[in-house]
Ligand binder design. Structure first.
Ligand SMILES: [Zn+2]
Length: 262
């Protein structure tokens, strides 16, 4: 297991996922041992709320929950689902809205509904002064367009699992948003490592998206926050900066989005 003398934040991990049911506390211990002091938990649907909130209750200084409806979970009943999430929003504190956004890779049946659900969640982020955590797949330009339409200076957030082009990086930068870089940066041919040099350092936050998208050499297996160091190592190597510098800047960037909560 890798250790680190630096402090890191995993800005996006689904630690309530059933993949961790057998060893959740040990997995979180490994994260602490690796210097990952904070793990931000994006929500997916109504069913995932309870497990997420329970975990955040057990590790209040370390696991921070968000509320949101994942675009792949948007179906006919999305309005009702969002109504229920609004109720949940008033019952405890959440550090962000997400993950939300638009996914046209798997299914375009509910494209219109995905946009409506995304816009309503953007409204929550504005009224509660919370960051919005964006999932965008095969929809980068459309997602940027929706955010542009609603950006009145009050919106901030992260384009999670970012893989876009230079033009999109510039637009996201102009919108004042950050980009989440995770395990995909270690995949050969994914193009994310090549793109890194075009992303201003102040835009980069780190994430694992655990249990998904494990970095090399764990690719294809279960991911967990302690693997964030493999992502960080790759980024530091590509950008040719010391790990200490990367830890400092990405932690600062994550705190700029989520607020500094110690
Ligand atoms: Zn996710």
């Amino acid at each position: 297991m890798e250790t680190s003398q630096f402090k890191w934040i995993d800005t996006h991990c689904h630690l309530y996922s059933k993949e961790f049911d057998g060893d959740r506390d040990e997995m979180i211990k490994r994260a602490f041992f690796s210097g990952i002091g904070k793990m931000m938990l994006p929500n997916i649907d109504l069913d995932s709320i309870q497990g997420m909130v329970d975990l955040a209750g057990k590790y209040p200084e370390h696991c921070m929950p968000m509320i949101g409806l994942h675009p792949c979970s948007v179906k006919e009943d999305f309005k009702l689902v969002l109504d229920k999430m609004e109720e949940a929003l008033s019952s405890r504190a959440y550090i962000g809205v997400g993950e939300t956004g638009i996914d046209l890779f798997w299914d375009t049946t509910f494209k219109k509904e995905q946009i409506l659900a995304f816009e309503r969640q953007i409204g929550w982020a504005k009224s509660l002064d919370l960051p919005v955590i964006i999932h965008s797949r095969d929809s980068q330009d459309l997602t940027i367009e929706v955010i542009s339409k609603h950006q009145d200076g009050r919106l901030k957030g992260i384009f999670h699992c970012f893989s876009g082009n230079k033009e999109q990086i510039n637009k996201i930068n102009e919108l004042g948003f950050k980009v989440g870089i995770g395990g995909v940066v270690t995949f050969k041919k994914a193009g994310v490592a090549e793109m890194l040099t075009h992303i201003p350092l102040k835009m980069i936050v780190l994430e694992t998206d655990s249990p998904y998208l494990a970095p090399v050499p764990h690719r294809g297996k279960r991911n967990e926050p302690s693997f964030l160091l493999l992502v960080a190592g790759k980024i530091a190597e590509v950008l040719d900066i010391p790990l200490s510098e990367l830890a400092r800047i990405t932690t600062e960037n994550a705190e700029a989005v989520y607020g500094k909560k110690d």
